[in-house]
Structure formats: C-alpha cells, structure tokens
Design a protein around this ligand. Structure first.
Ligand SMILES: [Zn+2]
Length: 1133
C-alpha cells in the first residue's frame, strides 16, 4: 500500500454521489483512492456500529471524513473536480482538522451524516445494495427534512436505478428535479428518468426528459449521440417506424459516432427491417436486415445479441445452417442467453430432432425459469410426442409466467398489437391446458408397462445437468449440442408440476447487473423492448396455428424478471420503511432527543431556511425586496413552490384511516331535484353542491326551461357540420368492468385510439349506430325496441333496456367510436348555444365574476369554454381529476343516459397508488378502476345515472369516470368557486404537476396575481393562500432579477398584450411568470424558464431576458392585496 496522497485524502472527504459515473474507481490510476475509500468505509462502519451499541461514539473517534453531509453546496461538477486539489493544498496540516471537523455538530448528527457518507462511498464503488442500505438508514433519521440534502436524494435515486427499483428511482429523481432543477447532475437525472419512463411505457414524458437531457452543456457520462439513439429507440418502441428509422439513419451519418453505438444502430435497423412490414417488400427487407445485422457484428464482433438476431433472420428465411452458425456464435459471445437456447430448440424441432430440441429448451428454462416461450415450446414438443402430462406441466409453467406479467410494458405492447393479437396469449395457452386436462382425465393411469416414451420426462430432463455443460465456454468449439449427458448433482429445484402452486415455484433469479455502464444496460433494454412486439405476436400465432414458436419471447421475460426483481426489492424496502416507522414510534422515548436535535440543527443549519424563515406574508413589498437583496446570487434561484415556505416535495395523501362498512363504500349520491327556477337560483343549491364531493342536480333543464335541443346532434350538424371532433375508438364493455381481452382478465388500463373527424361525419355514425341497433332488435324479434319510439318525449327517453338486451346477444366485444372534446368556444359559431347557457345560475355559468377561471384573462379550452361530447352506448371517459382540481359542470343533453362513478378527493392518493400498482401513470395514463380493487383499499365509490337534463356537479378534486348508457350528447366546462378549498386544491395540484413534469393548464401564478387585482377576499384562509403565492412568486421574480443582473444581462421591459396567454417554458412546460428568457430556436422565439435557459447557456449569453410587468406594478398589487374585513361580500369586480 503506497503513501496516501493529501489530494486523495481530501478528495475522499469531498466525495459524494455527484461523482458517480465520473470517477472510475476500476481504473488502475485511481487504485490508491479506491483503497482509501475502502478504508474509509471500514472506518465508517466501525463508527456506525459503535454508535449503534453505545448510543453514539466518542466525539474524537470521528475523523475528518464525517463532515456535514447535509445540504451540500451545489457547484458545477467541473468546478468541484477542478478545485479539489487546490482546496486540499489550502487546508494543509492541522488546519484541515478544524475545517472538516465541526465541533458544533452533535455526535448524533455525526452518526447520521456518517450513514449518508457511507452511502455515497458505497455508491462510488458500485456497491449499490450497500449504498441503498446506508442511505435508507440515513433517511430514517431525516424523514422530516431529507429534502434539503440533494446529494442524498441523487445518491439514493442512483442506487435505486442501478438496482432497478424504477418506481423508487423515478420518485427520488422527480423530487430532486422539483427541489433543485439546477442540480449539478440534473442532466444525468433527466437521462435516467427518460430511460426508466421509456421502460415503464410513459413515452410522452420519457421523450420530454430525453430532450431535456440533450439541452445541457454540462459534463455528462453520456454523449449527445447516445441520447439521440435513445430518442430514436423511443420512437421505435412506439411503433413510430418512420421517425425511428430517420433517427437511426441520422446517427449513421454522424462522423464522431463510436463503434459501439454504430453497432447498436445497425442492430436496431436490422431488426426493424426484419420485423416491420411497412419498410418494404419482404425479400428486400430480409436482405437489408441481414446486411445491417452483419454490419453491426462487424462494428462490434463481441455482440452476442446481434449474432442472435442474425440467427433469427436466417431462421426466418429457412437458412437453417446459417442460423445454427449464428446462434452458436451468439452462445459463445453471450453465454447464458435463454433466448438463444430457445431459438436453437426451435430450429431443432423444425429439423425434427426432438431430443436435441428438448435439451435446448431445457437449457433455456434452466437459465431463465420464467422463459415463457421456452416452456410453451416444450409443451408443444411434448404434445407432439404424445406425452400429454409433460406437455400439461410445461403449459402450466408458461401460463404461470403470464400471470406474473403485470408490467405496463407487457400490457402496452399488447395494446399496440391488439389488432394483430386477437387470440391472446393466455387465452390460447389456457385453451390448450383445458384441452389437456380433459384428455388427461380420460386417459388411463400411466403404468410402468406403457409404451416407451420418445422423450425423457420433464422432471428427468430438468434434473440432467445440461445447461452447465452447454454453457461452458470450454464446450463452445465442440459440437453444437452435446448429446452425451453426464451424471452430476441435481441443479436447482425441479420444475413445478401441476400440483405445485405459484408460491412453491422457484423464485426467479435476481438479475442485478453489478457495475455495468449505463450504455450497456440501455442497449440491452433496447433489444428487449424491440423484440417484444414480435415475440408476443409470434407466440399467439404459435398457439393459434400450432406452429413452432420461432420467436422466443425471452426478452420480454427478461424484462419481466427485471420488474420482478424490482418488485422484490421495493417490497423489501417498503417493509423496511414500515419497520422503520414502527421502530421509530417505539424508540421515540429513547431517541426523541436525537431526532429533535437533528431536526433543529437542520432547520437552522441550512442557509436556505435561514433566509426563508424571514419571509412572511405580513411583509410589505419593500421589506420583501430588502430581504431578497440578502439572498445569495452565486447560484440560480429555483422556481419556487407557491404552497408555503420550505415546503417538502408534494406527494399524494394517505387515505382517511377510518374503516368503512360495505354500505359506506357504496354511498348514496347526493342529489337534489329542482321544481322551478327559484330552486335553481337559491343559494342553498350552491351550498349543497359545495358541500359534497359530487352532486346530481336533477331536472335542471326543465326547471330553467333550457332548450337542450340546441345541443342535439341534428342542430349541431345544421350549425357547423365541418367542425372538428376528436374520436376515441374503444371496446364496448359493461360499465363496471374493464377487460383486457388478450390477457383474459380485469385490468385498469383503458385502451383507446385517437383520431379526428367532423360533426357531420360523427353524426352519421351516431345515427347509423342507433339504426343498426334498432335493426338488430327487430331482426331478433325483440318487442323491447319500442322503448325508443317517437311517442316518448325526447328529453326523458332512456334506452338502457335496449343496451342490456343488445349485450346479451352480442358476445364478442365490439368497437365503438366516442366523439370527444368538441370545442364550442367560438362565440360566432355557437352563439345560440352559448347564450342559452347564460340561463344557468351564476355558480354554474361558464363566465362569472365568482368563477376563478373567468379571472385568468384568456381562454383555456374546455375549462373556461364549453366542450361537447357525442356518444354512442359504452363511450368511456376514463378516470381523472379535473385539470388543477377545478370543479366541473356536466349537463346531459340526452336522449340516452350516462352512468357515473366518483371517488371523493380525500381518497385520490389511494386511487393514485392503485394506478401505480397497475403500472399506469395516474396523470398521464388512461385507466378504468376495477371497483373491487377500490373497495379492498377502503375507497368509497359513488355510482349513479345522469338522465337527460340532469346537471352533475363535480367538486374540486373529485376522481370520476363516466360511461354512456345510451346515445347522447353532453356539454361540460370547469368552474372555480372562490373558496379556500378550491384554491388550495388547485395550487397543490399545480405543485404536484410540476413534480411530475405534467403541464398545469391553469397558470396558477398568473391567475393568483389577477385574483389579487380583481377581487376582495374576506375569507382569511383564502386570503393567506393567495398572499403566500404572491409572496413566493414576487420573491422569486426579485431573486431571478438580481441573479440575472449579476450575470451582466440586461432585463428589457416588454409588457403584456391584452388577453395575452400566460407563458410556459418551451422545454419543461413550467409556467413562466414575469421574467421570460427568450431564445431563438428554429426561427421561433421560444420562452424558457431560468433553469432551462441556463441549460442552454450557463452564462445566459445569447438569451434575451424580458419583463412582463413593471416591478412597481407588482409591488402595488402585492401591497394592496389585503384581507377584506366586511362581511358577506366575497368579491367585487
Ligand atoms: Zn423550463
């Protein structure tokens, strides 16, 4: 062991998660540093162990390494790297003891910080489980303020990422970007978020993060071209073949493309040509596929994956010999690839060599016990040899894997392939299983004397030590498949037989890759996802046509095992956290000192909170300005939370704890019947609505004499036949069920395809759908069809009975088209309709002084304007909360009914968690809750019918989903009552959206300033909330201006046009208020937030900074917004 250099010594003290990926400790030139880190880890472990046994260890045992791990100053990484050695020189000798050893810190704090440091150091060594364990222990002490330590959040996020706990990694990284968008490694965070969200099927948001990752000029562990490759691949997995192909071809034209990346690009292109029909004639495509794959292998001869795919291509065009050759090479390059063995099995089976095929499949399933394709093929093989019992066992194993397939990847791929996969994977398999069950039950008991089997049984085959032999590199040059089978100890558990239950089945091996560079990991993902579609397609064909499964779908299974692994780990973590909470409760008496101390230190210790505590809504604008001047301008200000000072990152709330009875889970829907106009205008009606999560106002149209005919399809066609209608193509299902027909089970994911048409064309569809149903009825001689006869009044007809009857006679689910989001905002086009709606009471009107959305000052389509929905029976609006939790008004025009489901806002966190469980994004995804799932989670659901002329009031934050029972139109818009509840739910969602990188279409900051200008508030809570928003945004505006000036950039006054829409960042879609950073991009002037402007240009060179309001104007509004003391009057214009 050499002398430890002072530089290294100091560097170890400086090291934290931000060096991850930049400091290659496997490089021999860092051997000494690595050694030192390992020593430090050993030391920290002893220190922590002592701390655990003795309460806390003696102060002077602590070495310099345990310095403050809490809020580290965020410097650009290059600065850190550059300045470390200088720092160390400056801190020569004894002085460093003083600098790094903070006497003020309590011993407890040193202990806690040691945990964080330990996490960082393990992380840098690539010891992710150890890192995670240390970080979690740290988190346990910092539950109430961990969010001030950004390096910690980054570190634990990376550890989760590497351990493939993607949900947790995503959560950590989202919080990090929310808290610190200018974080040193934000570019790394965006890239990883992009990859994980792509993996989870959140393509839109994945693209956003990948594009943001491209903006940076910071040092990074990845190249721009690698990100572009990922973007192209993102298109590929979405079946956007043209965009993907363009993206890949663009990369091939880049001069500085690395050989590895080139190999990846060629491989992806090759595989696309093999799979994607629209890329040309099959013959030409196959030729291109072969040529690209060969180029890929040329560029990277070590790529087992490309060789494997080449084998698949050869097999596809019946070049069996070449296929074998490629597979063999692939096995040499990447041993232990279950897919390759599965494909080899297929080849053998096609060559009528069942014994060889058996061995190859056994290799595959021994390498990957969840390899569904191999199990399925084995089943087919056994069945073809008449060994039904073995076939049955194999099929069962294959379906067992399907039942595990709960990932969104799986579902989404199936969704995309829906048209081509009508049979469904599990359906085909389960048919086979049922068939065999019948056969086996009728078969005589197997006797010893029965005729000799062609193949050894699955049990015997499993226990033969084939795979080791087949996989050993020594064997690679020998014959393709060794026929001689040696006796050797049984490996692993036997395959699950029909009797064995899932719980007894072997636990899938964890597939955690230690220390593999991101790049490699990404590439693996790529192939996996790209193959997925093809695999699913093929297996269903296999099952349908009883052909051989030429395309093993092991890659999907590998993905699955990844997810399984993740689930295992995250469950552990969850359990751990639970334990931690319990532990903490029980230890509270003992450790309360400790945690309170640390909290105390935290809150007063971090520079940010020190300043922030001075900011109160009682300040006037001058005091505010003076306080802002004291804020540091060496770091860019972060776009602020408008909720409160020092807020933790937002997260979905826990459900109310009280256990509900079955009756309480199905509460009656608050409803009121209106007799006359007076009822409709009574203040009690508004009170009633505001009091409940959701309410039905029955008979509203009648009471107000609203002419609903103005919104009938006939009138709409006459008024504006060419007006645009968005169409959602959906499967017709019973309202309380949501089936994935391909998986044969109830799911949350709600599939619909989007297209566009016109009112006239949709009207035609709507009418003919109705005509067809009448014809169906009369064809079948149903007298019930009179339910829609002319004698019924237009407004009261319900055709639900027709639908019920139809359902009985239509077994196959049929597709329907739902006409949504018809924009009725144009007053010139829709004057009679919009005028009619002015008959509504003020609280329900589209425009009213008492409606916050009328104070936005510009149109937000569908929110402060009317939208129309045109429906045929079964049209579904999936589950959602309204944008920014605003209230909504929905009137059914008729003639048919709609059925509603609603969950009170207090339970949205519970619904959110169920979406996560089902791998659907709560905000971005399309989901239809399984009611039983909700009840199991103690979540109540309102369920009711909305008849024509009924108004449904959806209160702020209420989660709801709607399905039409009959043919009908609906109109809807949002309103924002001027209540504290509405405002606070709106800004809470505004912050949550920010964290989720979801655009808030209500610009809450802009709206708050308008509210302050326009209304007088007498409600204390509402006043304080709005004032807090003003305070936080004004502080932020002032801080940004100070920062911009410190960079020597001039701020130009620009003002605002009348009704000018509020601004959003062109990159991250966050609302940009008052200070706009403009950069010309592709000849367009794009608004940026400060963070995104800094990504493009750290010095803000080349960026124009504009101001929308004069400071004096903002100050005036801020100062004159005071609590209005008079009673009664809530607002004035
Ligand atoms: Zn931005």
């Amino acid at each position: 062991m050499g002398q430890v250099s002072l530089e290294d010594d100091c560097l170890v003290r400086e090291l934290d998660s931000r060096y991850y990926g930049f400091l290659d400790l496997s490089n021999p030139k860092h051997a000494e540093l690595k050694n030192l880190i390992q020593q430090t880890i050993a030391y920290l472990q002893t220190f922590i162990a002592n701390g655990q046994t003795n309460g806390v260890s003696k102060k002077h045992d602590t070495k310099n390494v345990i310095q403050n791990c809490d809020p580290p100053k965020e410097e650009p990484l290059d600065t850190i790297l550059a300045t470390n050695s200088e720092d160390s020189k400056a801190n020569d000798g004894d002085s460093k003891e003083i600098k790094f050893f903070n006497d003020d810190k309590s011993q407890e704090e040193q202990y806690v910080n040691a945990l964080c440091k330990l996490g960082h150091l393990h992380l840098l060594l690539g010891e992710y489980s150890e890192a995670l364990s240390a970080y979690q222990k740290y988190l346990r002490f910092r539950e109430n303020n961990y969010w001030t330590n950004h390096a910690f959040i980054y570190g634990i996020g990376v550890a989760y990422f590497k351990l493939r706990c993607f949900k947790w990694a995503i959560k950590s990284f989202q919080e990090l970007l929310y808290l610190s968008p200018n974080f040193t490694c934000a570019n790394e965070v965006h890239l990883r978020l992009g990859l994980m969200l792509k993996h989870c099927g959140e393509f839109h948001i994945a693209l956003k993060h990948l594009q943001l990752a491209l903006l940076y000029t910071n040092p990074s562990t990845y190249s721009e071209l690698q990100v572009k490759f990922q973007i192209a691949h993102l298109y590929e997995v979405q079946n956007k073949h043209k965009a993907a192909k363009d993206g890949y071809e663009f990369l091939l034209n880049e001069k500085n493309i690395s050989l590895e990346l080139k190999a990846d690009v060629y491989r992806q292109l090759g595989w696309m040509y093999h799979c994607v029909e629209c890329l040309g004639e099959k013959k030409e495509r196959e030729a291109s596929a072969l040529s690209f794959l060969q180029k890929s292998i040329e560029a990277d001869p070590k790529s087992g994956q490309s060789l494997y795919l080449l084998g698949r291509c050869f097999a596809g065009i019946n070049k069996v010999h070449d296929a074998f050759l490629a597979y063999r090479n692939s096995v040499e390059k990447s041993e232990g690839n279950a897919d390759t063995w599965c494909s080899i099995g297929v080849l053998y089976q096609q060559q009528n060599q069942p014994t060889d095929a058996l061995q190859a499949y056994i290799c595959a399933v021994q390498l990957d016990k969840d390899h569904k394709a191999a199990w399925t093929n084995l089943g087919i093989l056994y069945e073809s040899c008449g060994q039904l019992r073995d076939a049955y066992a194999c099929y069962l194993n294959a379906t067992k894997q399907i039942s595990f397939q709960k990932t969104s990847i799986f579902r989404r791929k199936q969704a995309i392939r829906m048209k081509k996969d009508p049979i469904g994977l599990s359906k085909g398999l389960s048919q086979r299983i049922k068939f065999l069950e019948v056969q086996l039950s009728q078969a005589p008991l197997p006797s010893i004397t029965s005729k000799r089997r062609q193949l050894c049984s699955i049990e015997e085959a499993w226990n033969l030590p084939i795979s080791l032999e087949m996989n050993s590199r020594q064997q690679q040059t020998a014959q393709m498949l060794p026929r001689q089978i040696k006796q050797s100890p049984i490996q692993g558990p036997p395959p699950p037989y029909p009797h064995s239950q899932l719980s007894q089945s072997p636990i899938p091996a964890k597939r955690i890759k230690e220390d593999s560079p991101i790049q490699q990991e990404l590439i693996q993902q790529n192939i996996q996802t790209s193959q997925l579609n093809q695999n699913l397609l093929n297996i269903s064909e296999t099952l349908g046509q009883r052909n051989l499964n030429a395309m093993p779908e092991g890659n999907k299974v590998s993905e699955q095992s990844v997810v399984d692994t993740f689930d295992d780990i995250s469950n552990d973590i969850y359990k751990q956290n639970e334990n931690i909470k319990l532990e903490r409760l029980s230890q509270d008496a003992i450790s309360s000192n400790l945690s309170e101390d640390s909290k105390h230190n935290e809150y007063n210790g971090s520079p940010d909170s020190e300043f922030s505590t001075n900011f109160k809504i009682q300040m006037d604008s001058k005091q505010l300005m003076a306080a802002v001047k004291l804020l540091p301008v060496d770091e860019p200000p972060v776009h602020c939370t408008v909720l409160q000072v020092n807020a933790p990152p937002p997260s979905p709330p826990d459900c109310p704890p009280q256990k509900l009875t079955r009756d309480q889970l199905l509460p009656p829907t608050p409803s009121v019947h209106l007799e006359n106009k007076k009822n409709a205008f009574s203040p009690q009606l508004q009170e009633f609505c505001l009091k409940h999560p959701i309410a039905v106002v029955r008979g509203l149209a009648g009471a107000l004499k609203l002419d609903l005919g103005l919104f009938s399809t006939k009138t709409l066609v006459e008024a504006n036949p060419d007006h645009s209608v968005e169409v959602r193509t959906q499967v017709h299902q019973s309202p309380d069920e949501n089936w994935d027909t391909s998986q044969g089970k109830r799911v949350w994911a709600c599939i619909s395809h989007r297209s566009h048409t016109t009112i006239a064309k949709y009207a035609q569809y709507q009418a003919s759908s109705f005509q067809d149903s009448l014809k169906d009825e009369s064809d079948k001689g149903f007298p019930g069809s009179q339910a829609m006869s002319d004698s019924d009044s237009k407004d009261s007809v319900s055709n639900s009975n027709i639908v019920l009857k139809r359902k009985k006679h239509k077994i196959n689910s049929k597709m329907l088209r739902f006409g949504t989001n018809v924009d009725l905002s144009d007053e010139r086009k829709w004057k009679p309709q919009l005028t009619e709606l002015q008959k509504l009471p003020a609280f329900a009107r589209v425009i009213s002084a008492a409606n916050m959305l009328s104070h936005v000052g510009h149109v937000i389509l569908g929110m402060n304007t009317v939208q129309l929905y045109m429906k045929v029976p079964g049209s579904r609006t999936p589950g959602h909360q309204e944008n920014n939790n605003f209230c909504s008004i929905n009137i059914n025009i008729g003639p048919g009914d709609c059925e509603w489901f609603a969950v009170p806002d207090a339970y949205w966190g519970g619904v959110h968690n169920l979406c996560e469980k089902n791998n659907i994004s709560y905000l971005h995804g399309s989901w239809w809750p399984v009611l039983e799932d909700l009840y199991k989670e103690n979540i109540p659901v309102y369920r009711f019918i909305q008849k024509p002329g009924d108004l449904v009031w959806v209160n702020a934050g209420c989660v709801h989903w709607v399905q039409s029972v009959g043919w009908c139109n609906n109109i809807a818009w949002n309103v924002g009552p001027l209540t504290a509840r509405q405002y606070s739910l709106a800004i809470e969602r505004y912050e949550w959206n920010k964290l989720q990188a979801f655009k808030s279409i209500v610009p809450m900051v802009h709206l708050s300033w308008n509210l302050a200008r326009n209304i007088k508030v007498s409600d204390t809570k509402l006043f304080e909330l709005i004032k807090m928003c003003l305070l936080q945004t004004l502080k932020n505006v002032l801080h940004i201006q100070e920062y911009v000036k410190s960079k020597g950039v001039e701020i130009r006054f620009n003002g605002r046009g009348k009704n000018e829409a509020s601004h959003y960042c062109g990159q991250c879609e966050v609302e940009v208020f008052n200070v706009l950073f403009i950069k010309e991009q592709e000849k367009r002037h794009v608004v940026h937030c400060l963070s995104c402007a800094l990504k493009l240009s750290p010095s803000l060179q080349g960026i124009v900074c504009l101001e929308e309001y004069r400071l004096s104007e903002l100050q005036r509004v801020y100062d004159s917004f005071t609590l209005h003391r008079t009673q009664g009057l809530a607002y004035t214009q």
